[in-house]
Design a protein around this ligand. Structure first.
Ligand SMILES: Cc1cc2nc3c(=O)[nH]c(=O)nc-3n(C[C@H](O)[C@H](O)[C@H](O)COP(=O)(O)OP(=O)(O)OC[C@H]3O[C@@H](n4cnc5c(N)ncnc54)[C@H](O)[C@@H]3O)c2cc1C
Length: 420
């Protein structure tokens, strides 16, 4: 466990206590955040900056933000879609405001370009009215219903019957955001420990023992055999922000009530980019009416104007908890999937040319409700739910998790503010 040991030994707050009985080295820590995605990084920043905790982030990959945080649409969402009073609604609206302020203060590349949600069939028009009401209830600013001519004047390539305009939506460079949050966390004492995976935990009284192993040593792990961790960490606080595998990991925590852990589902979303466009085909985000499992194959733009379409929804089956924790996800974008994209996109962009899409990248949604099961909220569980002091589990942090990241961090800090 070379890297972890190097980082851990640098931490003044950790006292090394070798366990002669078990033979596995144990280290005390103040606060451990599991997962260095945008949410884990924002939480580490918040806990070190505002709660003045000594934070250690354990990340299984060789650097930060290689999971969903760099495989998404990079859209700053308004907060329209989610049921009023849900965590998704409140944390998205609050997170969006925090994010825009943070971007302005720290020079993070972003653009508030606005978004059109479009109805392309008459049956869809009532859904736009429903979204307008919902967005208003959620406190989303400036929503406006547009008739086809007004929307199509804004976007000459667009075809629609009606559109809902959301001026507060935008795009962001998520990597720059993570880098900035990480820098602030580090300058307030957070240590990032890469190439190490939390493989489980157990409780002794109220003390959590986190089981940590070098990621490299897990590569050829046989699913059936018992794995002996390289080190046991004994933190006062633990935040499980392991993204796709947070629920799988929580199921490996001996002593936790499994009844409070939601099931895991995974839905891959692929992106295709538009070839040969000297002038961007669109200047705003264009979204169809949401579908089961996602927001529909939409238009998103990079900050340099490159147009992308996606993500579609492909439910992945047979991913067991060990494969999830070991990050054995397939992010391949099969060029054949373009066949399904053309008819979806042509509903609102009829002049899309044949052979103009090229495979981009894929992300995987961290779901806690399965196909056809409908809305599931973010779950952020503290002691009040699972009874374990100092532990916060985050489950189902799919979209709008990037937009909500700073609000999620503040929410977690509030939960932990009274912890020792
Ligand atoms: C296709 C797609 C499009 C999206 N579009 C948007 C959007 O436009 N706007 C928006 O707001 N949101 C969007 N989202 C959601 C957003 O990307 C996520 O909510 C957000 O990135 C989640 O961040 P995270 O830190 O929780 O997870 P992640 O980024 O996945 O980070 C989790 C980290 O934990 C690490 N890890 C996992 N297991 C362990 C372990 N056992 N030990 C140590 N480390 C571990 C992983 O390596 C990873 O780095 C989208 C998501 C997807 C998949």
């Amino acid at each position: 466990m070379k890297l972890a040991r190097k980082s851990i030994n640098n931490l003044a707050q950790i006292t090394s206590i070798r366990s002669l009985s078990s033979g596995i080295e144990k280290e005390k820590a103040d606060c451990v955040v599991i997962g260095g995605g945008v949410v884990g990084i924002a939480i580490a920043r918040e806990l070190s900056l505002n709660l003045r905790r000594n934070v250690l982030v354990i990340e299984s990959a060789s650097t930060f933000g290689t999971g969903s945080s760099s495989r998404n649409s990079q859209v700053i969402h308004g907060g329209i879609y989610y049921p009023p009073n849900s965590l998704k609604a409140s944390l998205c609206v609050r997170g969006r405001r925090l994010l825009y302020d943070y971007c302005k203060e720290h020079g993070i590349p972003h653009k508030q370009i606005g978004k059109l949600i479009v109805a392309t069939r008459y049956e869809e028009v009532p859904k736009l009215n429903y979204l307008l009401n919902r967005g208003n209830e959620n406190g989303v600013e400036g929503l406006k219903m547009m008739d086809a001519s007004e929307a199509m004047a804004m976007e000459p390539q667009l075809q629609c019957l009606k559109a809902l305009w959301s001026p507060s939506s935008g795009i962001i460079d998520s990597h720059s955001l993570m880098l900035s949050l990480l820098g602030e966390a580090e300058s307030h004492g957070t240590t990032f420990c890469y190439n190490n995976t939390v493989v489980g935990a157990h409780l002794e009284g109220d003390q959590i023992y986190l089981h940590v192993s070098e990621t490299e040593s897990l590569k050829n792990r046989d699913h059936k055999s018992q794995h002996c961790p390289d080190i046991l960490l004994l933190p006062k606080l633990v935040v499980n922000s392991a993204g796709l595998s947070s629920a799988a990991l929580a199921r490996c925590f001996r002593g936790i009530n499994r009844g409070v852990i939601p099931p895991s589902y995974y839905a891959r979303g692929c992106y295709f980019s538009l070839l040969n466009t000297k002038v961007p085909a669109f200047n705003h985000l264009i979204y169809p009416i949401p579908e089961d499992g996602g927001l529909g194959v939409h238009v998103t733009l990079d900050l340099d104007g490159q147009v992308k379409f996606g993500p579609d929804v492909e439910w992945l089956h047979h991913i067991d908890d060990t494969s999830s924790i070991l990050n054995k996800f397939d992010y391949t974008v099969c060029a054949d999937r373009a066949k399904k994209f053309y008819p979806e996109i042509r509903k609102y962009y009829p002049s899309l040319k044949d052979d103009s899409l090229q495979p981009g990248y894929a992300g995987i949604r961290s779901k806690i409700s399965g196909p056809g099961e409908g809305f599931a909220d973010f779950i952020i569980q503290g002691e009040e739910c699972h009874g374990i002091p100092g532990l916060v589990n985050l489950f189902g942090i799919e979209s709008p998790g990037l937009t909500s990241s700073m609000a999620i961090a503040a929410h977690v800090a509030t939960k932990l503010s009274r912890s020792k």
